[in-house]
Design a protein around this ligand. Structure first.
Ligand SMILES: *[C@@H]1O[C@H](CO)[C@@H](O)[C@H](O)[C@H]1NC(C)=O
Ligand SMILES: *[C@@H]1O[C@H](CO)[C@@H](O)[C@H](O)[C@H]1NC(C)=O
Ligand SMILES: *[C@@H]1O[C@H](CO)[C@@H](O)[C@H](O)[C@H]1NC(C)=O
Ligand SMILES: *[C@@H]1O[C@H](CO)[C@@H](O)[C@H](O)[C@H]1NC(C)=O
Length: 228
C-alpha cells in the first residue's frame, strides 16, 4: 500500500513540474566528451509572464546518448493560460536542426500542475518566432515532444573541404610536378636521375671498374695540382 502511494506521489510530481526533454542525434558517430562540453542549450521565457524577469536557464548534454533537459520552469497562473519559452541550441561542432524551438505550455488546471506541451520549430534561417497576436502569423511546424524533442544535424561540415595538404611531395606539387607533366620531360628527368645514380649503381654491380674510375679521377686531380 505504501509502495503504491509513493508510486502515485512520484507520478504526480513528475507530471506537475514543467520540464523539457530533448535528445541530440548526431548520426553514425558517437558523441564525445568534446561535443558534450561544446554544445549548449538556452531556454528563455517570452511573451507574458507574471514574474518581473523572465525565466532563463542554460543546460548541457547530460550523457553521450545526447540527452538534455530543463526542469521546474514556472508556468503562468490560471486555467488555459499559455507560457512560452524559446529553446536556442548552439554547438561549436555542428549545425543543429532545428536550432530554435518554441515551447508552448497550456495549463489544464489553475496552477499549471497539469499542462499540455507543444513545441514548434523555427522556419529555417529565421531566428525569431512570429508572435501569436499578429494578424497573420506564419504557421509553424510542430515537433515531437514525447519522449523527447529530437534534434539532428543540418549536415556535418565536411572537414576535407577545409583541409589542405601542406607538405606536398617533391613530385606532387611545385616546380618538379610541373616539370613532370609531360612524358618527354619525364624521360629527360629519368635520364638525369639515372646519370646521377650511375656511379653508385656501378659501384654496386661492378666494384672493380668503379675503383678504376675513382683512381683515374684522383690521378687527374694530383696531376692538376702538380702542374700548378
Ligand atoms: C558508439 O558507441 C557504442 C557503444 O558505446 C559502440 O558499440 C560503437 O562502436 C560506437 N560507434 C562509433 C562509431 O564509435
Ligand atoms: C498577453 O496578455 C495580454 C493581456 O492579458 C493578452 O491580450 C495577450 O494575448 C497575451 N499574449 C500572449 C502571447 O499570451
Ligand atoms: C478553457 O478552455 C476550455 C476549452 O477551450 C473551455 O471549455 C473552458 O471554459 C476554458 N476555461 C477557462 C477558465 O477559460
Ligand atoms: C492552486 O494553488 C493554490 C495556492 O497554492 C491552492 O489554494 C489551490 O487549491 C490550487 N488549485 C488547484 C486546482 O490545485
Amino acid at each position: 500500500m505504501l509502495h503504491f502511494l509513493v508510486f502515485v506521489c512520484l507520478q504526480l510530481i513528475s507530471i506537475s513540474a514543467a520540464s523539457i526533454r530533448g535528445r541530440l542525434d548526431i548520426g553514425l558517430s558517437n558523441i564525445t566528451g568534446a561535443t558534450l562540453s561544446r554544445t549548449h542549450f538556452r531556454l528563455n521565457q517570452i511573451g507574458n509572464y507574471s514574474n518581473e524577469v523572465g525565466y532563463t536557464a542554460t543546460s548541457h548534454l547530460k550523457n553521450t546518448l545526447g540527452d538534455f533537459e530543463f526542469q521546474d520552469m514556472p508556468l503562468n497562473h490560471g486555467t488555459n493560460e499559455t507560457t512560452y519559452f524559446v529553446l536556442a541550441l548552439g554547438s561549436l561542432d555542428f549545425n543543429l536542426k532545428p536550432n530554435r524551438i518554441l515551447c508552448e505550455f497550456i495549463n489544464i488546471d489553475e496552477n499549471g500542475t497539469e499542462y499540455q506541451f507543444n513545441a514548434y520549430k523555427n522556419i529555417f534561417g529565421k531566428e525569431f518566432f512570429p508572435s501569436p497576436d499578429i494578424t497573420f502569423p506564419e504557421k509553424l511546424e510542430s515537433v515531437e515532444t514525447e519522449p523527447f524533442i529530437p534534434i539532428s544535424l543540418v549536415n556535418r561540415a565536411p572537414l576535407r573541404l577545409y583541409y589542405q595538404q601542406q607538405n606536398k611531395g617533391l613530385f606532387t606539387g611545385g616546380p618538379f610536378a610541373r616539370l613532370l607533366d609531360t612524358t618527354w620531360k619525364q624521360a629527360i628527368a629519368v635520364t638525369f636521375v639515372a646519370l646521377l645514380a650511375l656511379p653508385v649503381l656501378l659501384e654496386k654491380f661492378d666494384p672493380e671498374t668503379a675503383q678504376a674510375i675513382k683512381e683515374e679521377k684522383l690521378k687527374k686531380q694530383r696531376e692538376k695540382y702538380q702542374i700548378e
